[in-house]
Design a protein. Structure first.
Length: 211
């Protein structure tokens, strides 16, 4: 494979897990593990160095910062690396905060090696990968009657994704600001989120919005 390799940071407090990830990923063409971090704080600091393309992030560390908080800190910086969460947890309480924090991918630690490698490549290209169980649950939520977004709600959310304020969305769609807030409230309920960031991230992950 030609071209610059995808540079990886492994963030996990278990040495066996890091060794396993390294063993899988370093056998893949076009990937190199540049560094490892045993705490979320160390991952944030190392990711800021500018030589990492994708961070593989655990959600649960010992004391201190958690993986979702670290993901938010990493992705908040300009030119930040992509973050793929690799964890044993797939409940909504774990997945939604990670997606809201800016994770580009969400995989379980029992994922096959080829799935892990594919997720890294997808993340490096700026696209989203979700573990099948996570994606299925999010999709199932949208299949419940009354939870699909209307065309207008999708329009509102697309403008929010573009960074427009409620006032700017209202002006663009010739609505009142109160109507925009009502649309957003229904969107939050349907997507089971509680913020603009989470609504956009979940809609992108589900394919409702294209980014």
């Amino acid at each position: 494979m030609t071209g610059t390799p995808i540079r990886l940071l492994l963030a996990d407090d278990h040495p066996v897990v890091r060794a396993g990830l390294r063993a899988v990923l370093e056998t893949e063409p076009g990937m190199v593990v540049v560094a490892e971090a045993t705490t979320a704080e160390a991952a944030v600091a190392r990711a800021a160095a500018g030589d990492i393309d994708v961070v593989l992030m655990d959600l649960q560390f010992g004391a201190g910062m958690g993986g979702a908080e670290a993901t938010a800190a990493i992705t908040a910086r300009p030119g930040a690396p992509r973050v793929v969460v690799v964890t044993t947890y797939d409940s909504d309480a774990d997945t939604l905060p990670a997606i809201e924090a800016g994770a580009t991918g969400y995989l379980l630690k029992d994922a096959p090696p080829d799935e892990l490698a594919a997720a890294v490549r997808t993340a490096a290209a700026g696209r989203t990968t979700l573990a099948p169980s996570v994606a299925e649950r999010l999709m199932a939520r949208l299949r419940v009657p009354g939870t699909a977004l209307t065309r207008r709600e999708t329009e509102v959310l697309a403008l929010v994704a573009d960074g427009l304020s409620n006032q700017a969305v209202a002006a663009r769609l010739h609505l009142t600001e109160g109507t925009v807030k009502s649309h957003l409230a229904r969107i939050y309920t349907k997507l089971a989120v509680d913020s603009r960031t989470a609504a956009v991230a979940t809609a992108v992950a589900l394919g409702i919005l294209r980014r």
